[in-house]
Design a binder for this molecule. Sequence first.
Ligand SMILES: [Zn+2]
Length: 402
Amino acid sequence: MKRTLLAAAIAATAVTVSLAQPPAATVFEGARVIVGDGRVIDNATIVMQGDRITQVGAAAAIKAPAGATRVSLAGKTVMPAIVDAHVHTSTTPPDLTNDLRQRAQFGVGAALSMGLDGTDVPFTQRAQTTPGLARLYLAGRGITAPEKGRTEVPHWITTEAEARKAVQDEAAKKVDLVKIWVDDRDGKFPKLTRALYGPVIDEAHAHQLRVAAHIFSLEDAKGLLSVGIDAFAHGIRDRDVDDEVVAMFKARPNVVLIPNMPDRGVAADYSWLRGRIPDGELQKIQAAATDRPAVAATWGIQARNLKTLAAAGVTVAIGTDGNTPWAPHVEMADMVAAGMTPAQVIIAATRNAAAFVRVPNTGTIDTGKTADFIVLDANPLDDITNTRKIASVYLRGALVQR
Ligand SMILES: [Zn+2]
C-alpha cells in the first residue's frame, strides 16, 4: 500500500515525497464531472492526493490545499474509469500484462475474466496492483456440460457431486465469482440442466460466492432466476422477453444483467482507433463493418430485451466478452442504440459494473474514492461516442502512459 501511494505520488507530481508527509495534492480545475451515479457537476474541482480523490465539488465549494499542483481541465469532461464485467484475458504473462495495459489506456480500470482461466498466471496477476495496468478479477475455471471440441478449460460436469466439487475447487482458489454456461450451442451439445446448475448455485452461495450465467434462451433465464442466479453474462437472445420474466427480474432486485450486445450489423466508422491499434487490424475491422440485415435482426431481439429490462429497473452492468480492450466504447454506443440513455449507460459502465465486480472503493468520482478516472475532450452525455475522445486516464492516482 505504501509503495503504491509513493509510486502514485511520484507519477502524479514528479516530486519524491517522504512517506511521513501527506501525499502531494493535484487539483484538477474547470471540468464537467460525470460522477457515475447520475449526478453531473459543472465547473468542478477535483483534489487528488496519493491514490485518492480527497475532495470533489463545484469550484466555489472546494478549498484546494496550499502548494498543490494545478491542472486546468477547462472544456473537458471527467468520468469514472470503466469496469468491464465480462472479458476473457490472456493466460500467459506477457500477453496478460499487455491486455491490462491496453485496457488502462482505453480508460478501463478493472476487468472480470469470466471462467477460462485454468492456470496460476492470472491469479498471480490478480494479487498485484501494477501502475498503468487495469486490475484483474477472476472466475477461474467456469462450469459447463461436456462440450467436446470446445475449450476444455472449464469444469465439465454431469452429476450433482461433480457440480459441487467444481464449485469447491474454485472457492479454494478464492475466485471472485463462479461462471456457468447454459447453452446447447445451436443443439450441438447437451446443456446444463436445472438438476446441475441448481446445485452449482446452492454450493456457491454456501461459499459466499455469486454465480453468473452465460445464457441464450428465455426459458433458461427463467429456470436460473427461479433457483437464485445472481447475474446474467449475456442478454436473452432467442426471443423477446415476456411479462413473466420481467416480473421475475422485478422480484429479484439484486440480479445484475450484463447485456453483452452482439454485432449491430450496421456500417460503422472505426477511424477513432487509428494509431491505437495496428493498421492491419483496423483495416480488417473497418472492412467487416458493413450493413448486414440478418445480423441486425438478431441484434434487434437483444436490443428490445435490454430496453425492456432496463426500463423495468433491472440493474445493468457493462461487459464485452472476448479480449478486446476498446470494446466497452462500442458496447456503450450499442446500449444507447438499444434505448438506454447515455447517462444510464455510463452508470452501467462505472458504478454498477464496479459494484458488481466488487472493485473496492471505485466506480464513482466522489470524496474518498480511488482516483480512477478518464478525462474526455467532449461530453458523452451529448453523444456516447465521445467516451472515445480520451485526453488522459488516471488509475490509482497515477497518469496512465498512452
Ligand atoms: Zn464470455
